[in-house]
Write a protein that binds this ligand. Structure first.
Ligand code: ISE
Length: 338
């Protein structure tokens, strides 16, 4: 048989991954799904032959008939579920966040380190899917081979058409900018040392009482700067752009081909042709590559992508980001020695 996967949490992302594993990923099958809503779990399982519903996610992890685990539950459950995967020696792909804060994330790093010291294998991969997007991979290769000279500045825009009414400015840092945290670390191959958050005039479409957009500035350990415009109620579509400016040139990705103008509201449709409506569309190819490579690695008992340390570093930077948002001050990142 192929890799027998349990998918924990079948909300938007989990259900998308079940469909992906079932229809597009070779060498893997979803044998178990689990969700706080039994009804939702039954509904998703019904679309996959021989897929069982298990109520208790920890029982699903412990099951001898499960080889690997995909965690797509709400963030507060990740710590317990990922630690259980390490305990049972099962490769796990955990959607971000790795855990809810830096202290619990470093505890996961250490638990995995202890496992790796015994077995030589790593188990924990974090779902920073942009690393698998062909455009990001190309941009990183260009930077790494020195095609732009020394990279100096990275400009990022991260825009969502809309977010649910419970989406706070803090969540803009923890749930949205976290992707730019990983992108910056991935592209520049160094850690982020400090974060500053500015609050420009808010859009009238902002969730009541929240600052939207935000401008976030990262300073890296090598003295490079990364600016991020995060804007989650544009009414337009899903726009994720990254430009690296180097000593010898610059390169930009995320400009949907053919796009000339983005305008919403009464003047026209809420999105223009060429702009992806959401991340499942924009990063569909990245998710496919991510899961295929993860499944191939998991069959050999390991992972192939960003690991527990990357999940921890993201949490540490986001904690500094939330503090910077609250205080309005430049905030240094507290990172353990690797
Ligand atoms: C969501 O959790 C994501 O991960 C998306 O990539 C991001 O664009 C969105 O703002 C988040 O809510």
């Amino acid at each position: 048989h192929g890799l027998r996967v349990a998918v924990l949490g079948v909300g938007m992302m989990g259900a998308d991954h079940v469909a992906r594993l079932h229809s597009r990923i070779s060498g893997a099958e979803v044998v178990t799904v689990s969700d706080a809503s039994a009804e939702k779990a039954e509904q998703v399982a019904a679309g996959v032959p021989r897929c069982r519903v298990v109520g208790d996610p920890l029982a699903a992890i412990a099951d001898d008939g499960v080889d690997a685990v995909l965690v797509a539950t709400p963030g507060q459950f990740h710590e317990e579920q990922v630690l259980a995967c390490i305990e049972h020696g099962k490769p796990v792909l955990c959607e971000k966040p790795l855990t809810m804060d830096a202290d619990s994330s470093i505890a996961v790093v250490r638990a995995e380190d202890a496992y790796t010291a015994r077995t030589g294998r790593r188990l924990v991969q974090v779902g920073f899917m942009r690393r698998f997007d062909p455009e990001y991979a190309q941009l990183r290769a260009l930077v790494a081979e020195g095609g732009l000279g020394e990279p100096l500045i990275v400009h990022c825009a991260h825009r969502n058409a809309a977010v649910p009414p419970h989406f706070t400015s803090e969540m803009m840092v923890n749930d949205s900018v976290v992707h730019e945290v990983d992108v910056a670390r991935f592209l520049l191959d160094e850690e982020i040392a400090a974060v500053t958050v500015l609050r420009p005039r808010a859009t009238r479409h902002a969730v009541a009482g929240q600052s939207d957009p935000l401008l976030v500035l990262f300073e890296t350990t090598g003295g490079r700067l990364v600016d991020v415009e995060v804007f989650v109620s544009t009414g337009v579509g899903y726009e994720v752009r990254t430009e690296v400016v180097g000593e010898d040139g610059s390169a930009v990705i995320g400009l949907d081909a053919g796009l000339l103008r983005t305008s919403g509201g009464a003047a026209g449709p809420s999105r223009s042709a060429g702009i992806a409506p959401d991340f499942r569309v924009r990063f569909g190819r990245a998710y496919d590559v991510e899961l295929q490579r993860w499944a191939d690695a998991a069959r050999r008992g390991g992972i192939d992508g960003p690991g527990a340390w990357d999940g921890y570093a993201a949490q540490a930077v986001c904690a500094a980001g939330v503090e910077a948002l609250r205080t309005g001050r430049r905030t240094e990142v507290r990172l353990e020695q690797r």
